[in-house]
Structure formats: C-alpha cells, structure tokens
Design a protein around this ligand. Structure first.
Ligand SMILES: [Zn+2]
Length: 110
C-alpha cells in the first residue's frame, strides 16, 4: 500500500516469500512497480470512490516500468487472469476484470 506521495510500504512476508521462489520474486517486482506507480502519480488514499481509477493508473505505470526494464509484461496479465479464475472478480478497491483488461491492452502494444 502507498500512504503518501513518497511513502511506500511492502509487507515483510511478501519479501520473505520472494526469496524462496522465482514466481514470488516476480510478484514482489510487480507489487513494487505498482506501488511506485501510485507514488509517482501522487496518490493518497482518502476516498474509496477514487480508488479504482488510481489502481488502474498505478498498474499502467507499473506495466510501463516493466516494459522499460525489459521485464515480461505478460506476468501482469497472467496474474490478473489467475485471480479472475479463482473467482475474486471485484471489490470496491480492486476490480480485477478492469485491471486484467487494461493489462492485456497495454501489454499488447509495444
Ligand atoms: Zn494499488
């Protein structure tokens, strides 16, 4: 979660798990890219109403960072696809379908 424009917090357990396998390491990279996206967009979480738009904006930035780094953009699409498959479609904060659609769209363009 991002709490302020220059404040990024990552769950310690996510970092610990990332040291144990490659998939988790990529998940950590995705999370960091997404959180940097929030920070670079100056997001602060004060209203739920704006949350969804902010999530998409943070994803778009995160995906852009992955592309610039030469990292596989497809991991974002795959991750949302897995979440959708598990049935966690949407809640107020994270509408997975919208994020999946955006990731697919952004990853299909060079
Ligand atoms: Zn977010």
């Amino acid at each position: 979660m991002t709490y302020g424009a220059s404040d990024i917090r990552i769950e310690p357990s996510l970092v610990q798990t990332a040291m144990t396998n490659e998939a988790a390491l990529w998940a950590l990279r995705r999370t960091i890219a997404h959180e940097i996206g929030h920070a670079m967009s100056g997001h602060r979480f004060n209203t739920i109403a704006m949350q969804q738009v902010k999530e998409l904006e943070a994803d778009a930035k995160g995906i852009e960072y992955f592309k610039r780094l030469g990292w596989p953009c497809k991991l974002w699409v795959d991750n949302f696809a897995r979440t959708l498959k598990r049935g966690y479609n949407s809640d107020a904060e994270h509408d997975t379908k919208a994020r999946y659609d955006q990731a697919q769209q952004l990853c299909s363009t060079a």
